[in-house]
Ligand binder design. Sequence first.
Ligand code: FPP
Length: 240
Amino acid sequence: MPPATQSAAAPSHVGIIMDGNGRWAQARGLSRSEGHRAGAGPVRTILKAAHREGVRHLTLYAFSTENWARSDEEVGNLFALLAEYLDSETAELLASGVRLSAMGALDRLPSFARQALSEAMKATAGNDDLTLTLALSYGSRAELAAATRALAEKVKSGALAPEEIDEARLAGQLWSADLPDLDLLIRTGGERRVSNFMLWQLAYAELLFTDTLWPDFGEADFLAALADFQGRRRRFGRAE
Ligand code: FPP
């Protein structure tokens, strides 16, 4: 665990709950899907800014387990938008040193979206400047349940003893196994909650909530969030 310190450096891992697309659209008399389309703009802007500022891991909550309950039209449009984004951005990701990754119950995704994801992940697999992870069909409780099940299987087969199960062993079974813990979690759109996003991984994250709706979240907002993070004293549960 790192020492208690004021973080002069940029956060290594930033997670973002990109909320507010629907309200942004509603305020303009547009459909929810048009709000999501507008939300793709800040994804590009924030990725660029994060890269430039030295962030190593950027994880975006793009579709939650709970989002499956939205209309077929909205869900279909979201995955079409994702495929379009990957289609138009993969060359740029590749050239700029970004590795694309995804985590969640990916087997639930429509096959065209899975295909687009797997092509983009394969193309960028050799990059390691910044990892962009899209949380898709993601829920932290489902992730923890799947990890627990995987450990139980190992115990059942005799490959693992119950007393060997510790925090590192559990973390190693999460969909996020290759990612470090979150340093900074940003939620746009005015709600002050974490909505089943990386509950394990945000144990010591700094939380930042902003009323700005995701389509309006720009580079200046992101830089302000990084500056806020850098001004905080992280104690990781210890005394000063
Ligand atoms: C939450 O806003 C946002 C989502 C469910 C989808 C997030 C998707 C994007 C930002 C699209 C672009 C992403 C990529 C990776 C290309 P909401 O619909 O819940 O908004 P509301 O709370 O105002 O209704």
